[in-house]
Design a protein. Structure first.
Length: 413
């Protein structure tokens, strides 16, 4: 499905219209604080005396939480509803899945990406949503709804969307990279970072050998694993959130990552730049879901509805830099972000983008096994080094035995 885009003329007209009229607060809106107002025709107080604490589990650095002078949308929710929020983070979809699959934990709201929504729904790990409790669902753009990973949006409400790409340090590369394959260039040995999650890493490696980001067989998984092994000696580190410190601090020449986070990194280090590689990128939708074992379903649906409020969505999009699926929020963005080719790329990028599909069990199992094998081998060091250390240990042991025998021979003499 192609992304729907406003025409340039429509965007200009919209901007002029918005500039010519001061924003007007609807008569029934509730002003939570000077930054956030919410719809007044929703019963935000119905759980105020129930002493509820919502356990919210989200990707790291993925909400406006009051840091760096941002708006704290979590404390505003607590003030509005009387519901407490216990907010914790994970670093990848795979970490989220493993945590929930292990049992013994209960979360009320989680934020998986498209393919993980499909996987968790298939395995009975998600609760069906009551959209009567999420009326702001109506404000989500049609482009982001009814996708193959969740037909009819039974289990998910879009939170943010984006693309992957390559962020690089302009002072550390001779020629700006244009392809994923540039991450395999030996000239950048120990200066390349790579995703530390299997789905993103396999997608990138797949494009370098002409395959889809959605492997179709175990044989394709093996071929992609071989490509990752060929890159292994070039990679400085496999990272997730660690990418921020490394790229902002000039510790690596290039790294693949999500476009929204690239905007944040570029703001911190103007030597950084971003490109959508020509082989094609991943287009993803991150969603809000409720686990099947959630303790507070209706309160969780209230929290999801709150995050779809325009003022709240604007605070999140403005702070984290990711792309909003909420139509009213896009209209409220500053022009620098609204017209950013990183956050809102054009057709030349989106026409070649792929959405991660929920893979069959046998392909998932092969990917997990071969990823672990490849990572274990990398973490343990290269084969020749292990052999060299073993031979050195044998030599030292033999020398010590020889010294003892020689000493004994001299003592006998």
């Amino acid at each position: 499905m192609k992304l729907k885009k406003f025409s340039a003329a429509a965007l200009v007209a919209l901007t002029v219209t918005m500039m010519s009229a001061a924003p007007v607060l609807a008569a029934d809106d509730i002003e939570v604080n000077e930054d956030i107002s919410v719809s007044g025709d929703y019963d935000w107080k119905r759980f105020a005396n129930d002493h509820i604490t919502l356990n919210v589990y989200n990707n790291g650095l993925y909400i406006s939480d009051g840091s760096d002078e941002s708006i704290n949308v979590l404390s505003a929710f607590e003030e509005l509803t009387g519901i407490k929020v216990n907010y914790t983070t994970y670093d990848s979809n795979e970490s989220l899945y493993a945590k929930l699959k292990s049992g013994g934990v209960s979360y009320d709201v989680i934020f998986p990406s498209d393919y993980m929504v499909g996987k968790m729904a298939k395995e009975g790990m998600l609760s069906e949503l009551n959209m009567d409790n999420i009326p702001n669902f109506a404000g989500i753009g049609e482009t982001y709804l009814d996708r193959s990973f969740d037909p009819g949006n039974k289990y998910s409400v879009p939170y943010m969307w984006g693309t992957t790409g390559l962020i690089y340090n302009t002072t550390m590369v001779e020629e700006p990279p244009t392809k994923w394959a540039d991450m395999w260039d030996v000239a950048y040995t120990n200066n390349v970072l790579m995703f530390n999650n299997s789905r993103d890493a396999y997608a990138i490696a797949a494009k370098t050998i002409g395959l889809s980001m959605n492997p179709q067989s175990v044989d394709e998984i093996t071929a992609i694993t071989d490509a990752l092994k060929a890159q292994k000696n070039i990679v400085q580190a496999y990272v997730m959130d660690e990418v921020f410190d490394k790229m902002e601090g000039g510790e690596a020449a290039m790294a693949p990552y999500y476009a929204g986070d690239a905007i944040t990194m570029i703001d911190e280090n103007p030597d950084l730049a971003f490109v959508h590689p020509e082989e094609g990128v991943n287009f993803f939708i991150d969603s809000m879901c409720i686990p099947a074992n959630a303790k507070h379903q209706e309160a969780a649906e209230m929290f999801i509805n709150y995050l779809c409020e325009p003022d709240v969505g604007l605070a999140n999009a403005d702070f984290i830099g990711y792309s909003t699926p909420i139509t009213a929020v896009w209209e409220m963005l500053d022009d620098d972000l609204k017209y950013s080719e990183i956050a809102y790329p054009g057709a030349e990028v989106l026409d070649k983008a792929e959405v991660f599909e929920t893979l069959p069990d046998d392909i998932n199992a092969a990917m997990d096994a071969q990823w672990s094998e490849m990572k274990s081998y990398e973490d343990g060091g290269s084969g020749w080094m292990v052999l060299a250390l073993l031979l050195l240990a044998i030599a030292i042991s033999a020398f010590n035995i020889w010294r003892k025998l020689r000493k004994k021979s001299r003592d006998n003499y």
